[in-house]
Design a protein around this ligand. Structure first.
Ligand SMILES: Cc1cc2nc3c(=O)[nH]c(=O)nc-3n(C[C@H](O)[C@H](O)[C@H](O)COP(=O)(O)OP(=O)(O)OC[C@H]3O[C@@H](n4cnc5c(N)ncnc54)[C@H](O)[C@@H]3O)c2cc1C
Length: 426
């Protein structure tokens, strides 16, 4: 008998699972408070990096598998661009862990049998300028960088729509709005939505991204982290000049993408600081928890004004001609961090048929084509890979002082406890 499944939250993890379960012939209902791409999804964005370099070989392998789908599965062909990526390794002592991450990521590709002969080590900005005319005026000077041509980016919102449409075609029932806005888990088979309806099914997956902690007592395993993102608008002439640049990534300076082929906007992600929003834990009044806050309620949330300096510095170093463009569509974008950057995909203790898939730790998008296969295996009890299950298991101890990600080294602004001078767009 096919089982009935309810998926709460249609971002990367939820949609990928909905599609996989539908392919297996199951009856799936998927809920979200917004239509796809949801305003709350971390992946509701122009683009996201699809990389295979990981210091942990487990994720490297998973990313190599995902990249094959991005490149070859007809579903993703229009929403993947093989732009290549330059990664500038950090120079400062406090960011040496990132250098190790990048070096190990390269070694892991070799060990996995990936052809790395095209990956180039770069030592001067001049070399970058010669390879990519769009970067010819860069002011990088002497550097330690790598260029990997066999990688690129996903057109993020568009790819969510692709997976949504395919899931719908295969029979997934989607419900949005107040009937899709889950407010409460009633018991191991039922949830209640804002409009008052109760849905009862065999199995429930809560994949509500950074907002998962509003629905499940996550026992300090997750912190919502806000990342600052902005864009600049290029003219048609500028687009022609810069359309063939690769992604440029620096953990210290920030990173940006080639301009979008449709709207000619260039997306810039900042790394000078992140945000948290510490509020009372909905399940433990003695605890404070970082949970996201969104634009509907907080219209001013763009990025702290001093971030403008860092964006201009990044542009000045790489694309000096564009450094004085106005910043547009600036936003805080929420991810769900774990202490060790491993996802959290497991049964919820005490609720036999309720599962959670969150803890994306800012690197979940690239797995849109394949994460659903593993999530559905965990939900159905058919996943055999013990390494995977252990990595993503519900953790009883969480030492945040040992957080692994480079975000742990960055300043973090608590939106709920600070007076912030927000950047105001012209
Ligand atoms: C600025 C930024 C840059 C990033 N860059 C990259 C990158 O380059 N490469 C990469 O691989 N990853 C990247 N990521 C991470 C990636 O976006 C996330 O890993 C991914 O989106 C997580 O998927 P998710 O399904 O867990 O959550 P989300 O995509 O956030 O989706 C959660 C969904 O749950 C819904 N929801 C929430 N609460 C409820 C509720 N109560 N009822 C119903 N629905 C609900 C939301 O509306 C949303 O649709 C980036 C993230 C950010 C913020």
């Amino acid at each position: 008998m096919p089982e009935t499944f309810l998926i709460v939250g249609c971002g990367v993890f939820g949609l990928s699972t909905a599609l996989e379960l539908a392919k297996q012939g199951h009856k799936v209902t998927a809920l979200d408070l917004y239509p796809i791409p949801s305003k709350w999804s971390a992946a509701n964005d122009l683009n996201k990096i699809i990389r295979t370099e990981y210091s942990d070989k487990f994720y490297a392998q998973l990313a190599v598998e995902a990249l094959k789908s991005w490149e070859n599965d007809p579903l993703y062909q229009d929403v993947y661009t093989k732009s290549g990526r330059i990664t500038l390794s950090p120079s400062s002592i406090e960011n040496q862990h990132r250098l190790r991450f990048e070096d190990q990521g390269f070694e892991n590709l070799k060990e996995l049998g990936v052809d790395v002969s095209d990956i180039k080590h770069l030592t001067t900005g001049e070399e970058i300028g010669l390879m990519f005319p769009g970067f010819k005026d860069n002011e990088l000077g002497s550097i330690n960088a790598r260029y990997n041509p066999n990688t690129g980016y996903g057109h993020a919102s568009k790819s969510l729509i692709k997976v949504y449409e395919e899931s719908k075609r295969l029979g997934v029932q989607f419900i949005f709005g107040s009937q899709g806005h889950v407010k409460e888990i009633i018991n191991q088979n039922s949830i209640k939505v804002e409009s008052g309806e109760v849905y009862t099914v065999d199995k429930i997956l809560i994949s509500a991204g950074a907002s998962t902690g509003f629905l499940i007592n996550l026992q300090n395993q997750i912190k919502a982290t806000g990342l600052f993102v902005t864009h600049i608008q290029l003219t048609s002439e500028e687009y022609e000049k810069y359309k063939s640049i690769p992604i440029f990534f620096s953990a210290e300076l920030g990173y940006f993408f080639p301009p979008d082929p449709i709207n000619h906007q260039l997306k810039i992600a900042m790394t000078f600081s992140d945000a948290r929003n510490s509020i009372q834990d909905p399940f433990d009044s003695s605890n404070r928890q970082s949970l996201p806050r969104y634009r509907e309620e907080y219209q001013n949330d763009t990025f702290p004004k001093d971030g403008e300096y860092h964006v201009k510095l990044l542009l000045k170093k790489l694309l000096p001609e564009l450094q004085n463009h106005d910043l547009i569509k600036s936003k805080v974008c929420w991810i769900s961090d774990t202490t060790d950057s491993n996802f959290l995909i497991d049964k919820v203790p005490g609720l036999e048929n309720v599962f959670v898939a969150c803890g994306d730790s800012g690197h979940g998008y690239k797995f849109l084509p394949n994460i659903g296969k593993y999530i559905s295996g965990i939900i159905q009890g058919t996943e055999k890979d013990q390494v995977l299950k252990d990595k993503w298991a519900w953790r009883s101890t969480n030492d945040w002082s040992k957080q692994l990600s480079s975000r742990a080294k960055r300043p973090q602004i608590d939106l709920n406890n600070s007076i912030i001078d927000w950047y105001i767009e012209k």
